[in-house]
Design a protein around this ligand. Structure first.
Ligand SMILES: [Fe+2]
Length: 311
């Protein structure tokens, strides 16, 4: 079993790379490289890039990149049906990758061995003085509305035509494991219509999900989600994006499954992108559950998503 160690990047094909870059800079990413054909952007964390857009005559989601832990894991993937051979990942950073196609045509990359750039500087998280647990002493919070920096890609949510087939593919190829399921009846996860998947690092704590796969009529990406340092950065970015007249989709609020504080925006091409903070982290002790409630119940507080969000 190959195990993906983390989610690395999300990829799109776009008609207008310049508009995408301008929005993503406001959203909190930094440009790594830009040609007429390809835009790559990064966050604070030490990863080569977390967002790639290639030029094309229609806007569409392309796929996702994951890191794997060894060259032998990559070679195993390269030997599987439909995989590309090992290819150079990046001329500067080196490394190797294999490109695969999951059901519905999403391209999934597995990457190993790339040299990592230095992380950018970012302020430390603001200590939160909860009612019964004070964490900030003799210090004040000062936060302006600004393009607060994205740290990393957290997760990508896909609408698929065959939920079970997609989950099976991701489990077999990347070793992703379920954290929670959507769907009746309780206790029968095999009948789920949605599954939150995480990387399997055993006792080590990881994000509740790096992917959510949902059965849907129309196939495509639902959103790509990026982690922020804390609530002050989510709100600072929110006010800044409002001031820059970008399109708010839904936020701020708190999800039920994964518990993230979310803030969703639409990029210039209409793709939904999310800032989040304070998501659940879990390890092998986490027991997957089955959520059988309504779409409305997946928001605990805050601005409720529109009907289109659940479409
Ligand atoms: Fe999300």
């Amino acid at each position: 079993m190959t195990t993906a160690t983390d989610i690395l990047y999300t990829r799109y094909q776009l008609k207008d790379l310049k508009a995408a870059e301008a929005f993503m800079i406001d959203f909190g990413l930094a440009t790594v490289s830009r040609t007429k054909q390809c835009l790559r952007m990064r966050g604070v964390d030490a990863a080569p890039f977390l967002y790639e857009a290639v030029a094309g005559d229609e806007n569409r989601f392309l796929g996702i990149g994951f890191s794997v832990g060894s060259r032998s894991a990559l070679e195993r993937l390269a030997a599987m049906p439909g995989s590309s051979p090992l290819q150079t990942f990046d001329e500067g950073a080196g490394g190797l990758f294999v490109r695969m196609t999951m059901p519905d045509g999403f391209l999934i990359d597995a990457v190993w061995g790339a040299e990592l750039p230095n992380a950018f500087a970012v302020r430390r998280p603001n200590g939160f003085n909860a009612g019964q647990h004070k964490r900030r002493f003799n210090a004040s919070v000062r936060q302006r509305a600004e393009p607060a920096p994205v740290l990393r890609l957290g997760h990508v949510v896909l609408h698929v035509s065959d939920h079970q087939a997609s989950v099976a593919w991701l489990r077999e190829r990347l070793g992703l494991i379920p954290s929670d399921h959507f769907g009746p009846p309780p206790g029968k996860p095999e009948e789920a219509y949605g599954t939150f998947l995480r990387v399997n690092r055993g006792a080590e704590l990881v994000d509740h999900h790096c992917m959510l796969v949902l059965q849907a009529e129309s196939v495509g990406v639902h959103h790509s989600s990026f982690e922020m340092q804390d609530l002050d950065h989510v709100m600072a970015a929110h006010d800044y994006l409002v001031a820059r007249k970008h399109r708010l989709d839904c936020g701020v609020g708190r999800h039920l499954l994964g518990s993230q504080i979310y803030d969703y925006w639409k990029d210039p091409a209409g793709f939904r992108v999310e800032h989040y903070t304070d998501g659940d982290v879990v390890n092998h002790e986490h027991q997957p559950g089955v959520f059988c409630g309504t779409a409305d119940e997946t928001t605990q507080w805050g601005m409720a998503p529109s009907k289109e969000f659940f479409g």
